[in-house]
Design a protein around this ligand. Structure first.
Ligand code: FAD
Length: 393
């Protein structure tokens, strides 16, 4: 089992516990905490229990790269090809809204406290053909009021410390954060009961009440929200075709002089990197080198991917040759069949809700996704392309 750099930051989760709740939320990641936040915005008297198998922020929410982004230029292209331009813009703006909501409701004046900074993010073109296409796409994005601009090879060297690439597209609205400190700030705003080291084994119904059986105790709730991300099929096998696990691996170097301006995507290598305010270079990706072994729930790093990450650091960064490894870790993402989130109730019971499938973008999606889920519980329509009911099981 690995431990991320972020997880060294310990959260204060000592609270009392109840047996009967208005809502039980299963899973203590950003999706679970955000759901509790929005429920309490609707009704501050709600009794909410959060049940977490390990500790809050143990899952992907405590192990990611801390990009608060709408995604790469490649991501936009993929969305456009899959759903058409209008929907691609809508999905992009969903992430823009997510960031604004985080700033307005959680980060507020505490940007320094959670290491949050808007820096823009850059997607580096893999070759001249892609670079030409990116420039066309940037025009399309600008026409949709998405604030992107081109940077050339010398800008790449100056702003991101990487050489050997022709140029890239910067989207100005993106930034980065310390993910566990962010979860800590959400927690501070919650009046909830937290059951850590408690694994939910089944959720059933007795009359009007949900019965949540765990390895520690049995809880009761009027409604249940399951936010266990990639582990959803393990909690409810009906999701085995709908959520597939995907492991991501990260390498962190010891501190280097500052040379990387903000989050950067190098989609040629399916990798991404940023530098922490304290100088550590964080790099992740290369899942394509070992695609089958990375479809797993097992939290461990592998030599093939970690070696590729370290080689990349040494060979592509201006200061990479002197970089020493400080930490290596992994985390598990959850992917839906169409790459979009699964929000709402799926099967027979309207009181049992799900939020899953944030893939590699949960920092950029989950806060608004949770708001969408809670608004749905309170009667608003959940967009069809996000609704759990779009899938036939
Ligand atoms: C290496 C890596 C890098 C990433 N980088 C980024 C990034 O830079 N930006 C970005 O936006 N996204 C990134 N992501 C994706 C992002 O981290 C996830 O989309 C997001 O954290 C998902 O949040 P969640 O709350 O749904 O799931 P999680 O954080 O995984 O939380 C689910 C929780 O459920 C708990 N659980 C599981 N089963 C049970 C059970 N039976 N009973 C009780 N509890 C249970 C788990 O222990 C876990 O804590 C990355 C992911 C990885 C792995």
């Amino acid at each position: 089992m690995t431990q991320s750099f972020w997880q060294d930051f310990k959260l204060n989760t000592n609270t009392s516990k109840l047996k009967n709740y208005d809502y039980v939320i299963v899973g203590g990641g950003i999706a679970g905490l955000s759901t509790a936040y929005w429920l309490l915005q609707k009704d501050s008297n709600l009794k909410i229990g959060i049940v977490e198998k390990n500790q809050i922020a143990f899952g992907a929410s405590g192990r990611n790269a801390g990009f608060v982004t709408c995604g790469s230029t490649e991501h936009f292209i993929k969305l456009k090809d899959q759903f058409g331009l209008e929907k691609a813009v809508e999905i992009w703006k969903f992430s823009e809204d997510n960031r604004k909501l985080l700033q307005e409701h959680i980060i507020q004046d505490n940007a320094d406290k959670v290491d949050f900074k808007i820096t823009g993010s850059c997607t580096v073109a893999a070759n001249s053909e892609r670079w030409g296409y990116y420039k066309e796409i940037a025009k399309t994005m600008r026409a949709q009021n998405i604030d992107v601009y081109e940077v050339n090879a010398s800008d790449m060297d100056r702003d991101y410390g990487v050489t050997g690439f022709e140029g890239g597209i910067v989207y100005a609205g993106d930034g980065y954060i310390h993910p566990v400190k962010l979860l800590g700030e959400i927690l501070k705003k919650l009046n909830v009961y937290i059951h850590e080291n408690t694994e939910v084994q089944s959720v059933s119904k007795s009359g009007d009440v949900f019965v949540i059986k765990t390895d520690q105790e049995t809880l009761h709730a009027a409604q249940v929200v399951i936010t266990v991300n990639a582990y959803l099929p393990l909690v409810n096998p009906q999701f085995s075709q709908l959520i597939v696990p995907g492991r991501g691996q990260i390498l962190l170097t010891k501190p280097l002089p500052q040379f990387v301006k903000g989050p950067c995507y190098l989609t040629k290598h399916l990798c991404y990197f940023r530098q922490l305010p304290t100088g550590e270079l964080l790099i992740g990706g290369f899942r394509n080198l070992s695609a089958e072994t990375e479809k797993t729930h097992t939290d461990e790093t592998t030599a093939i991917i970690q070696n590729a990450l370290y080689d990349f650091v040494k060979n592509h960064f201006r200061l990479g040759a002197q970089a020493e490894i400080a930490r290596q870790w992994s985390g598990i993402m959850g992917y839906s069949p169409d790459g979009q989130m699964i929000i709402g109730s799926l099967f027979v019971d309207p009181g049992l809700h799900y939020l899953a499938g944030c893939s590699g973008h949960g920092m950029g999606l989950s806060f608004k996704a949770a708001q969408t889920l809670v608004n749905g519980i309170y009667g608003a329509e959940i967009p069809h392309y996000l609704h759990a009911k779009r899938f036939k099981v």
